[in-house]
Design a protein around this ligand. Structure first.
Ligand SMILES: [Zn+2]
Length: 441
């Protein structure tokens, strides 16, 4: 694989640590046994329904939350206190919360060394359910939906806390998803209150099953869902975007492209299938609340779902076993999904921030000029372009750190989509930023 900016890598900016091992080596630390241990413990709480008991030490959402907290504290002890553990919460009532109920997230924060306000967030949801969404007492193991996501969150914290990153990493087990995405809202509002610039939310929901209801067994594909246009786009911005393009280049979509490219480079036997939708048809997840808050976010989920295992009372009917039990989790697959998250978080947090102020010029000329604002800590930039119907960035040009624009000779502005990324001295590249409001992070 071609090296980034080899000449520039020699001239290191001050303050840059080169200590990060190759992403392959970090990914290799993800342990199936750890993931299995986490899901076993979570299933052991009987139900983790948002409206379930919070006082018991052995059953219900309260016990589960406290256990996740204890895991984060233990991981933090192993890294010399590198994680700050927080439990942001709000009281909600709504159609699926008849009585005011505290919805609490369990969050671990690993502060970045150079750019602590820039934040990459991984989420999974702790709460579980059975057939009746209001049933808070029946056994609801939620092994795949979504103990698998929470296991990935905790394992990512364990693996990544052994390294130091330029940006901040946030690991979060959310509650209230099944009652109406309340935990996502709590964390998105907490992020705003902290002044975090969330570069990406990687929401992991249902990531551990490899046998689909469609009869396919596939343990080497992952779906990454991303919105095409920003949830927060204004009518004026929408007008410009409709005319000039950008309907498939929101920052969330370019996070999906970033993940796809990273998996291709650094993982074996895991193919990213980008889906150009915010979520599965007519369904949702906690990333939606990040999008509503104006933060880039994607949903990471298994390629082939098994609906007999989701949101079901534990039972056997006509020879079919229903329920979200741990025997439905493929831990080899879940480990791969976790590795994808780990390298995506590491890659983004070690790269410079995505460039701001990206713009293009060159109408009625044969050349295109791409401009951006300088990014602190960048050792260079990469200007990308692709055909307007292509899914992934294709052509690129490296640009040195002292430049904030480049002219692409004989590349006609009408025929291509353009973007810019920033590259660190040690070769980590930010997500690509599409010009204007449609693409800005
Ligand atoms: Zn879920």
């Amino acid at each position: 694989m071609k090296h980034f900016l080899p000449a520039l890598a020699l001239a290191l900016a001050p303050g840059w640590a080169l200590a990060l091992p190759p992403l392959e080596d970090i990914a290799a630390q993800v342990s199936e046994a750890e993931l299995h241990g986490t899901i076993t413990r979570l299933v052991g709480f009987g139900t983790r329904h948002t409206l379930s008991d919070t006082a018991s030490e052995t059953r219900g959402i309260g016990a589960a939350r406290r256990w996740v907290q204890s895991r984060f504290h233990a991981i933090s002890r192993d890294c010399g206190g590198c994680l700050q553990v927080a439990t942001p919460s709000q009281v909600f009532s709504g159609p699926r919360i008849p009585n005011p109920t505290e919805v609490m997230d369990v969050v671990a924060i690993q502060r970045g060394s150079e750019d602590p306000n820039r934040v990459v967030v991984i989420t999974g949801h702790l709460d579980s359910r059975v057939s009746d969404v209001m049933d808070a007492t029946s056994d609801a193991p939620g092994a795949n939906d979504d103990a698998s996501g929470v296991a990935a969150v905790i394992e990512a914290a364990r693996v990544l806390s052994k390294q130091k990153f330029r940006a901040t990493l946030v690991f979060a087990a959310l509650s209230g998803e099944e009652q109406g995405l309340y935990g996502g809202k709590v964390l998105a509002e907490y992020a705003k209150a902290q002044g975090w610039q969330v570069e990406a939310n990687l929401n992991n929901d249902i990531i551990g099953n490899s046998h689909g209801a469609d009869g396919v067994h596939d343990n080497s594909t992952v779906r990454v869902f991303s919105e095409g246009t920003k949830a927060t786009e204004t009518p004026q911005q929408a007008n410009r975007r409709r005319y000039n393009g950008g309907e498939v280049d929101s920052p969330s979509r370019n996070i999906a492209r970033f993940i796809e490219r990273l998996a291709q480079r650094h993982l074996t036997n895991l193919k990213v299938q980008m889906v150009y939708r915010t979520d599965r048809y007519g369904r949702g997840g906690d990333q939606v609340e990040f999008l509503n808050a104006g933060f880039p976010a994607v949903r990471i989920t298994e390629a082939h779902e098994d609906y007999t295992r989701q949101h079901q009372d534990l039972r056997t009917e006509n020879g079919v076993r229903y329920g979200d039990t741990i025997d439905g989790v493929d831990f080899t697959y879940l480990a791969q999904m976790t590795r994808l998250n780990v390298i995506a978080m590491a890659g983004m947090a070690q790269a410079p921030a995505p460039p701001k102020g990206v713009a293009i010029e060159g109408a009625v000329t044969p050349h295109t000029t791409v401009k951006w604002q300088a990014v602190p800590g960048a050792a260079g930039y990469r200007v990308w372009w692709r055909g307007t119907t292509e899914p992934q960035w294709r052509n690129s040009r490296e640009v040195p750190a002292n430049a904030t624009q480049v002219q692409l000779r004989n590349v006609v502005i009408d025929d291509w989509f353009f973007g810019v990324s920033a590259v660190s001295p040690d070769g980590f590249e930010s997500p690509v930023v599409f010009p204007g409001d449609a693409g800005s992070f």
